[in-house]
Design a protein around this ligand. Structure first.
Ligand code: NAP
Length: 537
């Protein structure tokens, strides 16, 4: 291809072999480019490679989460459940890698340490942990939004004598909890999945909760051959729907406002949503629950009553009801008998606001109340979200500008895909991109990026950099959309808060929240204008 330059090792280097990296490799290869994917794991899968904790599974319908780009793939792959478990998802991604012969361009066990741009040659030099250096015209990050795990800042973690794991760094060999004393710290989407699964056969489970979430039922079930046939027949229609909904799910917000309908209609609607699969109750609810505090309180009260009805001990139920944020203002965990787990004799909930953890000891966990003894401690304490996977790599752009320093001053990108000062670097679902049902955001991002590169290739252009004005304009749009959302007033990874990291205690806007249709429109406008805003040279 025109872009090939004999002094470069590759036309493009992609960091990460998860859903985004695999698809980007596939698309760039179609352009005839030489591509190398560097992946720190020993296999493909990204999120689904790392997150092997018990009970890990999709919260999006399996079929709406799958790749949509290949009819053949859609025809061949059968999902066994509406919300597939991690092993099945990983098998799917391995199948995709094999089917499209992607493995030959992926180097595993290869952690990228740094990436440095050189403007004379308009190229990137990527250095790996083993010291080797690799040069390419384009650098494409497919590093994920939630891939840098964070352990809690609790004294004594190293002193624990039993086994402990962060959920995202789970061993590849099965861990047996039968009859064991297990602790789980963290009750986000991961903690909820872990707790409900581990509680099934554990000797004793103690959950250390800082803040409860508003969980909603997943309603998973098996998919039989006939149902799979129907799903397959409806694929096109379903993907068309996902391309139009704000978050890329099969659920679309109800345009009515909460108080437009009678109380009876409202509760009937909410009962229906509570009884239906997946994110409907979050994404398919009345539109104003995310902006109007009164509407948000009404749905939160509805859900609080559900928790009270499902948890036998009223004191435990109250502890499981969030008091400091409304429904949907943080990521809603989807659950299966999560609340009922607390009705078991062998499951105990410790509110660490009442009795804070003082330290991890050799035997277990010491709180202000007492010392608990454990065989296992599971840290479901989340991630250095969105920027963490970028900060882990020493990325330098023009005049050796550091991305980390630039983002410390102000987190700003153009469409979440480019950064001024970092030419020829494209991010798949980077900060301030539209992200929702991730594969849907990923496919759109990959295709947009591929189109830019194709455009450049056809014209013999070798440098793309978002203009200052374009970036500023996008930044304003991102902030504007966030302004009216209740979630922007709440601490969560959406707002960049991570109590375990220094300097991550002030809220910021990490994602574009204007919804998919507006995001697509803006991206398409940039393309229609011949990518003027990218200063192509
Ligand atoms: P998370 O939502 O950030 O939750 C971390 C949990 O750990 C929170 O309950 C947090 O409490 C607690 N925690 C953190 N530091 C602590 C400390 N020092 N002491 C005690 N508790 C502490 O992380 P996550 O559950 O891993 O989920 C992250 C995201 O991954 C989700 O929001 C979702 O987007 C994604 N995810 C997706 C799926 C799926 O699709 N199937 C499944 C799991 C996760 P506070 O909140 O009070 O700080």
């Amino acid at each position: 291809m025109v872009l090939s330059n004999t002094s470069l090792d590759y036309d493009a280097i992609v960091i990460g072999a998860g859903i985004a990296g695999l698809y980007q490799l596939y698309r760039l290869r179609e352009l005839g480019m030489t591509v190398r994917v560097f992946e720190r794991g020993t296999g493909v899968g990204g999120t689904w490679y790392w997150n092997r904790y018990p009970g890990a599974r999709f919260d999006s319908e399996s079929y709406s989460y799958a790749y949509s780009f290949s009819q053949e793939l859609l025809d061949e792959w059968d999902w066994s459940e509406h919300f597939a478990g991690q092993p099945e998802t990983l098998r799917y991604l391995q199948y995709v890698a094999d089917k499209f012969d992607l493995l030959k361009d992926i180097r595993f066990s290869s952690e990228v340490k740094s990436a440095v741009y050189d403007d004379d040659s308009r190229s990137w030099t990527v250095q790996l942990e083993d010291g080797s250096a690799h040069r390419s015209r384009f650098l494409i990050t497919a590093v994920g939004n939630l891939s840098e795990p964070t352990l809690p800042r609790i004294e004594g973690i190293e002193s624990f004598g039993g086994q402990s794991f962060h959920t995202s760094r789970w061993p590849h060999t099965p861990v047996k909890f039968t009859g064991k004393r297990v602790a789980v710290i963290g009750t986000g989407a991961t903690g909820v999945q872990t707790i409900q699964e581990v509680s099934k056969d554990v000797g004793h489970l103690t959950v250390f909760q800082l803040r409860p979430e508003w969980c909603a039922p997943l309603h998973n079930s098996k998919i039989g051959p006939d149902e799979m046939k129907d799903i397959r027949a409806g694929y096109r229609e379903m993907f068309d729907l996902c391309a139009q909904t704000p978050a890329g799910f099969v659920h679309d917000a109800d345009p009515r406002n909460t108080f437009d309908v009678t109380e009876e209609e409202r509760y009937e609607f909410w009962e229906e949503l509570y009884a239906s699969r997946g994110f409907g109750i979050w994404q398919g609810n009345f539109e104003d629950i995310s902006t109007d505090p009164r509407a948000n309180k009404a749905i939160s009260d509805f859900l609080a009553d559900k928790i009270r009805a499902r948890v036998n001990d009223p004191t435990v139920a109250e502890k499981l009801i969030p008091k400091d944020h409304g429904f949907g203002t943080r990521r809603v965990p989807l659950e299966t008998n999560y609340y009922e787990s607390y009705n078991q004799d062998n499951v105990e909930l410790i509110d660490i606001n009442e009795t804070p953890i003082l330290r991890i000891t050799r035997n277990g966990i010491l709180t202000t109340d007492r010392e608990f003894e454990f065989d296992f401690i599971i840290y479901a304490t989340g991630f250095d979200a969105v920027v963490g996977s970028f900060n882990k790599i020493d990325i330098h752009g023009v005049e050796r500008r550091s991305l980390k320093d630039q983002w410390k001053e102000e987190l700003a990108t153009f469409l979440g895909m480019l950064v001024n000062g970092f030419p020829n670097m494209f991010m798949i679902t980077g900060p301030h991109a539209w992200t929702g049902n991730h594969p849907r955001s990923i496919e759109y991002g990959v295709e947009w990026i591929t189109d830019v590169i194709r455009f450049m290739d056809e014209r013999g252009l070798t440098r793309a950099e978002a203009s200052v004005e374009a970036q500023r304009g996008w930044h304003e749009i991102v902030l504007e959309h966030d302004r009216d959302l209740l979630r922007s007033q709440v601490d969560s990874w959406f707002t960049g808060i991570n109590i375990n990291l220094e300097g991550r205690q002030t809220r910021m806007t990490t994602q574009y929240s204007g919804g998919q249709p507006l995001f697509r429109r803006r991206c398409e406008e940039v393309a229609e204008n011949g990518y003027e805003e990218l200063n192509l040279k």
